[in-house]
Design a protein around this ligand. Structure first.
Ligand code: CA
Length: 233
């Protein structure tokens, strides 16, 4: 038995505004929570930030196309089902071969009813989970398993404290955006006894020592002067 639709968050990545809006209306009517993106890059960012339960992903997108988005999400450890929207028959082979890591596809033009049925099939296979659950993530030679609270770099185990993991998860979920020290204090330290922005800086320093090739010239955890920090892959 499937959980109530409201327990599921679905990301739709589609650049045709009418179709995007139509899907949003229909999915919302079914009770799903809907996130929208109109480009591949925005879709990729949102998927990592929000960790939806399912992604409906158009193949033909401006800039980064749907196949690349799908491949990159899988490389990063994103494991929720992905249903591709394909227009051209030649794309189907690549998608169906699943070499890019998609779970299913529908060919345009498709009926909403058909897409909804396929969404239900995919969701039935996975129970709803906490939206926080960025389960794992890979970048450079680092692999982090947030569920098991462990990480490796170049295949060797990395010792990360719980706070370092929380901080890293916040940075990765906000990948490409500046995260202020205040936000880090609020979301990672909460109401714990008087941490200061210095505490944040010390943790960032230690994360860099563990994750960066050259901690003095970080490539992934960047300082944004006067604002905070930003994670980039
Ligand atoms: Ca399109």
């Amino acid at each position: 038995m499937m959980a109530a639709p409201a327990a599921y968050k679905i990301l739709v990545v589609e650049d045709e505004q009418d179709l995007l809006r139509g899907l949003e209306i229909n999915l919302t009517r079914e009770g799903y929570r809907v996130l929208k993106a109109a480009s591949g890059d925005a879709g990729l960012r949102l998927a990592i930030k929000e960790n939806p339960h399912l992604v409906v992903l158009d193949v033909m997108l401006p800039g980064m196309n749907g196949l690349d988005v799908c491949r990159e999400l899988r490389q990063k450890g994103f494991s929720a089902p992905i249903i591709m929207l394909t227009a051209k028959s030649e794309e189907i082979d690549r998608v169906v071969g699943l070499e890019i890591g998609a779970d299913d596809y529908v060919t345009k033009p498709f009926s909403v009813r058909e897409l909804l049925a396929r969404i239900r099939v995919q969701l039935r296979r996975q129970p709803p989970r906490a939206p926080e659950g960025l389960a794992h993530y890979r970048f450079a030679e680092v692999e982090i398993d947030f569920q098991k609270c462990c990480a490796t770099r170049k295949g060797k185990p990395l010792e990360l404290t719980a706070k370092e993991l929380d901080l890293l998860r916040l940075l990765i979920r906000s990948r490409g955006e500046v995260v202020t020290r205040d936000r880090m204090l609020n979301e990672v330290w909460g109401y714990e006894a008087c941490p200061t922005t210095r505490t944040v800086d010390n943790h960032i320093l230690r994360l860099r020592q563990k994750l960066e090739n050259d901690p003095a010239r970080p490539e992934h955890i960047l300082s944004i002067y006067g604002e905070g920090y930003k994670f980039v892959d």
